[in-house]
Each structure stands twice: as C-alpha cells, then as structure tokens.
Design a protein around this ligand. Structure first.
Ligand SMILES: NC(=O)c1ccc[n+]([C@@H]2O[C@H](COP(=O)([O-])OP(=O)(O)OC[C@H]3O[C@@H](n4cnc5c(N)ncnc54)[C@H](O)[C@@H]3O)[C@@H](O)[C@H]2O)c1
Length: 531
C-alpha cells in the first residue's frame, strides 16, 4: 500500500522546464476558419468578455466599397476582392494600438502577406464541419453556390488554417464562447511562445488543453490553491512543475496503487491539509496518478476541480483527456470511478525526456491506436514511425473530438476502446504486473485487427509496435479460455449481451459494437501465443 507523503512548496529548479518567454508584444486574437465557422459572432463575444474592440475585416471591406461582399465579388471579381482584402487585413494586423479581437475573412489566410502579418498575433482557428458550413453559407455567399466547389475549397484551405493556428476551437454553442476568453488571454500573455491550445468541449464541461515545451514551472491558468498529487518518481523529477503548491502528496508509483486504499489515504491527507472547495487538485504524473487524482477530485467533498498535468506519453495522448477517472479492484480494472472533466490539461512534451524507454513504448501503442481511429494525415505520419510534439497534440485532438460527441461511452466513445477488450483481459489475467497498460493494448490491437480480418494491417501494426520494442506475442503464454472468459467481464458489456468489440475496416474507418464469436476470439488470442 502506498505511503502518502505531504510536503509544502520548495524544491529545486527542474532542468528543462519553465523559463521560456511568453509571446512578446501586444498581439491581438485573430479568428480564422472557413465560411460559416462563426468568426464574427465569436469575435464580438470574446471582445465583450475581454473588454476590447472587435474588428471584422469583411465589415471593413464593405465599408470601404460601400457594398456588401457578394456585390463586391460580382462587380469587381475575386482577384480584385482578394487584393483589397489583403490590404485591409494587413492594415488591421500591422496597426499599432491596443490589442483587439479580429474576425478574418475566410480566404484572407491564402495571402502570403497576411500570413506574415499573422506571425505577430495569436491565431485562433474556429473549426466547422462541411455540412454545417454549407448549411450556414449556402446561397447568400458568392463562394457558396456550388457545393462540390465549396467543399473542395474548404479541403484546400484546411492544412493552411491548421499550420497557422496557435489555438483550435471546435464548434461551440454561443453560450459556451465566453469561457474561451480567459484561456486565450492566458495563452497570449503567460504561456511560453510556441504553446498551443486546443479547446475541449463536452456535455459536462469545457476546458483548455495547453501544449508546449517550457509550459510547466511558469504561470498557472487556474485560480485557487494547488494541491498536487503525484507519484514519488515524478515528484522527485519535477519538484517545480507546479508553482507554489499548497501541498504535494506523493503516492508510490505503479498500477498496484491505483486502488481504493490509496484513494482513501489521499482523501484523508487532503482533509488534514485543509483543502477546501475553493482549491483544486493537480494530477502530476502518468495515467495512474491522473486516474487516481481525478477520482479523488470527483469525490473529495463531492467534487473539486482537477488540473491534469500528464508526464507520460499514455497520459498526454489519452488518459489525461476526457474526464474518465477511477481505481482498480482486484476483480477488474477501472471498476470504480467517475466522470470528472478537468479544469485544464497542461502538456509539456519535455517531460517525456526523462520517461524510461519501455514507458514511452507503452504510449506508442496508444498513439498507434489513436492513429488507426483517425486515419488521414495522422495515420500517415504514425505509420511512418513519427512521434513528435505535433503527433502528440494530434492524438489528443482525436480523443477530444470523440469525447465531444459522446462523453459517457454510450456510443462513439467506445471506438477509443480499440484493442482494450483483449488488452484489459491480458492485464487482469497477469494481475496487472506482467504488462504495462500500453503493452497490453498493443497486443489487444493485434487481436482486434485479426478479428477485423485485416491481415495486412495487422502485419503493419505488428511491425510498428515491434519497432519500438513492444511485445507482439504473449510471453509467457496465457490460457486462451481464461482470456475469453475475462473479456466477458469487460465493463463495456451491458446485461447478458456479448461484450461488444471495436473493429477496424481501414485506418479512419473504425466501428464499435461488433458481436464476436467466442471461437474467433479464441483463435485471435491463440495467434498471440495463448494456449
Ligand atoms: N482515464 C482514461 O481515460 C485512461 C486512458 C488510458 C489509460 N488510463 C490508465 O492509465 C494508466 C497507465 O498510465 P501510464 O502508462 O502513464 O502509467 P503510470 O502512471 O504508471 O506511469 C508509468 C511510470 O512512469 C513513471 N513516470 C511518469 N512520468 C514520468 C516522467 N516524466 N519521467 C520519468 N518517469 C515517469 C511513473 O512513476 C511510473 O513508474 C492505467 O491505469 C490505465 O488504466 C486511463
């Protein structure tokens, strides 16, 4: 059983963390995105919330020409419109004066002059999906008359929007927009240059995910006293990651300590340390700390906020995001828990430099899983073996996008369990000791690809896992019958129905809820070396 150790403040300066300069100067928030993304409305709401001016470059163009945009287009042609737009936009971006919130015409980013002028500002991409954009723009805009051309233009611009964005915001209800303002202001004024923000949206709460090197050890985005929960290894390595903590509770590292016994010690230590509802927890560590601290936050005094600070690859691409928290029972993994969305997630990829290679490899299995779910550019990069800061953030976005659709696992979120049904059975059969979670998930992915009948993809994934030293076969062998029986105890099972599997048609085409025959399952785990 873990010892909980409480210390206050102090510690040595952590090499590699903190000290990076925030973005210089008085930059504006510049909203980009395709037609129909809601740039004008969002700019007005953010500007009101921040008490600054809202500037709409399309409105400025209309004022300059004395005509609405569609008429300028019709009468002057697109080229003349773009030239005037470039002029107006660069004037706005290069003017001196107090920072504003600027709604940029959707096509302005295609100008190289505009791109250069954006470098001095905080660029916020408002995402919109093609059907919504079309529904909002069709008919009354000159470039929204032919649907195929509209969607082709959108696809062409997408990589440009992505490349320029410091912050990415998914489609949000208008009432959820004001909460963005302080997070964007924090990113602009306090986060190290180069930090990016992804806004997480879900049914029970929205929060910023901030990702960048040098993010830890600097300013803190959430008000209130900070009670840090970490494990002994991470607390020793990163004593200054969280500024001025009210207390640091360090549990013993390892899955064995993601238990109710540890949770009780944490609750009691927090009570002794005088933590109140005005304070928040900080989960500084891997998925074990994140799940346990998140669970403690969901339950201590019926719920306090938690900031997740993931320091393993597993946690940065997966466990710190989406609000699932909990502990294991001897009878089953993650059997007791709660949904509790974080108040913020701070990802500093520099922390991975101290992560032992097998832990990094375990995270790679989750990266491969996420890329299989996403398909597209992420799969292309991951299938080339690339793991960098962009891949980490892209994986985080895939997870957030799934959670935004289905926070509570009733539908789409189940795709995130790709590889997990067999993975969890392997972990349970080996008492959580033989395999890391990610290693078991890697094996589970191979079983899922066999069950999907995707032999070539299974070989490709086995090679990707093997290249980073992950196991592609069980050693020592487990009993196939035991693994099949354990999958039937999976949490995803509802009532007496067979446990549903997530299967893969192709990268990017993954579906949940498949019934799988016991015989097929036995064959898939035998292929992993089960007897
Ligand atoms: N909540 C979710 O949605 C979700 C999703 C996936 C996994 N999980 C859970 O996450 C857990 C696994 O997480 P994990 O793989 O991060 O394991 P972990 O938390 O046990 O961390 C692995 C090891 O790395 C050490 N460590 C952490 N950060 C370090 C750093 N920067 N440098 C050096 N050492 C460091 C830890 O002390 C530990 O020994 C499992 O319990 C799993 O169920 C939860």
């Amino acid at each position: 059983v873990a010892a909980v150790e409480a210390t206050r403040g102090g510690g040595n300066v952590t090499p590699g963390l903190g000290g990076a300069e925030p973005r210089a100067g008085r930059c504006s928030l510049v909203l980009t995105g395709f037609m129909g993304a809601g740039k004008t409305t969002t700019a007005r709401i953010l500007a009101d919330t921040l008490g600054v001016e809202a500037v709409d470059t399309d409105a400025l163009l209309e004022a300059r020409f004395g005509r609405p945009v569609p008429r300028i287009f019709e009468q002057e042609g697109e080229a003349a419109f773009r030239a005037a737009e470039e002029q107006v936009v660069t004037e706005v971006l290069e003017r001196s004066g107090p920072p504003a919130v600027v709604a940029l015409g959707g096509g302005a980013v295609e100008s190289e002059r505009v791109q250069a002028a954006l470098a001095g500002h905080l660029v916020v991409l408002l995402e919109v999906d093609a059907p919504t954009a079309w529904a909002r723009a069709a008919g009354d805009r000159p470039l929204a008359r032919d649907r195929a051309a509209f969607e082709a233009r959108m696809a062409r611009r997408e990589p440009l929007y992505e490349r320029l964005a410091d912050a990415v915001v998914p489609p949000l209800p208008v009432t959820a927009l004001p909460a963005l303002a302080p997070a964007l202001a924090f990113l602009r004024d306090h986060a190290p240059g180069g930090t990016r923000l992804v806004w997480a949206h879900s049914g029970s709460g929205d929060y910023p995910v901030l990702a960048g090197r040098g993010l830890l050890g600097g300013a803190w985005p959430v008000p209130g006293r900070r009670f840090v929960i970490s494990d002994e290894t991470v607390a020793r390595l990163y004593p200054r990651a969280v500024p001025d903590p009210a207390a640091v509770l360090a549990i013993a590292p390892g899955e064995a300590h993601k238990s109710l016994a540890t949770a009780e010690m944490v609750w009691r230590a927090l009570a002794r340390e005088g933590m109140t509802g005005a304070d928040h927890l900080v989960a500084l560590g891997g998925g074990v700390v994140g799940d346990l601290a998140g669970f403690a936050a969901a339950t201590y005094r019926r719920g306090v906020p938690v900031v997740q600070v993931p320091t393993t690859l597993v946690a940065q691409v997966d466990s710190a995001l989406g609000g699932k928290t909990g502990v294991d029972l001897p009878e089953g993994k993650n059997y007791v828990g709660a949904y509790h969305q974080p108040a913020a997630v701070l990802v500093d990829p520099a922390t991975l430099e101290t992560l032992p290679a097998p832990e990094l490899a375990a995270g790679w299995a989750e990266v491969v899983k996420t890329a299989l779910i996403a398909g597209g550019p992420l799969w292309s990069r991951v299938s080339d073996g690339v793991l960098d800061d962009d891949v980490i953030l892209a994986c985080a976005r895939v997870k957030l996008a799934v959670v935004a659709q289905d926070e509570r696992d009733s539908g789409r979120r189940q795709v995130l369990n790709l590889g997990h049904t067999v993975g969890h059975a392997i972990e349970t059969a080996t008492g959580y000791e033989r395999y890391r979670h990610g290693e078991a998930v890697g094996l589970g992915l191979l079983a899922a690809l066999r069950l999907s009948g995707r032999d070539a993809l299974r070989d490709e994934v086995a090679a990707l896992l093997g290249a980073r030293g992950l196991p592609t076969a069980l050693a020592p062998a487990l009993e196939a019958d035991e693994l099949v029986a354990l999958t039937a105890r999976d949490k995803k099972r509802r009532g007496a129905a067979p446990v549903p599997f997530v299967l893969v048609d192709a990268p990017g085409r993954v579906a949940h809820g498949h019934a799988v025959d016991d015989g097929d399952l036995r064959a898939a785990v035998r292929e992993l070396g089960a007897t």
